[in-house]
Design a protein around this ligand. Structure first.
Ligand code: FAD
Length: 141
């Protein structure tokens, strides 16, 4: 039983590049053992993350992440049972913001800023799919 979960949250002001690196490092260390894969996007204080894997491990990880003091306003955007993973290649991939084309953001939202709180979960997932298609996700498992 595989599921895909996506949420958005707002980082606390203390989260900087160093903290982001620590989060990704911890994710890459922990996720393979529980069979979780996914992608984390961080832009202008907003996290957008997709987690895929077994229902139990994904639910447990989401609960742990939601309680993390490094972010707040954790909002579940999508949760579905899936037949196959879309992000199987990443224990926790990262969106390479340097390669993020503003036109891609404009395609899906009113401004060229990442704001998953103001668009549907479907739109944020479509953005992730395009990021994958345009090789904008880095950090192979
Ligand atoms: P430890 O790293 O030993 O941590 C023990 C406790 O201390 C935990 O409660 C932890 O939350 C807390 N802690 C650790 N470092 C800090 C810190 N710098 N500031 C405040 N509290 C801290 N973890 C994953 O395993 N996989 C993921 O995909 C993942 N994605 C994340 C995405 C986001 C946006 C954030 C904010 C965190 C994410 N985390 C992820 C981290 C997760 O919230 C837990 O901190 C981590 O899983 C705990 O790992 P651990 O059990 O090895 O405990």
């Amino acid at each position: 039983m595989l599921v895909r979960l996506m949420y958005a949250s707002r980082a606390v002001p203390e989260v900087n590049q160093e903290e982001l690196v620590a989060i990704v490092r911890k994710s890459k260390a922990n996720n393979p053992a529980v069979g979780v894969t996914g992608v984390l996007c961080f832009s202008e204080g907003i996290f957008l993350q997709v987690l895929e894997g077994g229902r139990g491990p994904v639910n447990a990880l989401y609960n742990r992440i939601a309680a993390d003091p490094r972010h707040s306003q954790v909002e579940l955007l999508a949760y579905e049972e899936i037949g196959e993973r879309r992000f199987a290649g990443w224990s926790m991939g990262q969106v390479n913001l340097a390669r993020l084309n503003p036109g891609l953001l404009l395609k899906y939202s009113e401004t060229a800023a990442l704001d998953p709180f103001s668009v549907s979960g479907q739109v944020s997932m479509a953005l992730f799919e395009e990021l994958m298609a345009t090789a904008s996700i880095v950090g192979q498992a």
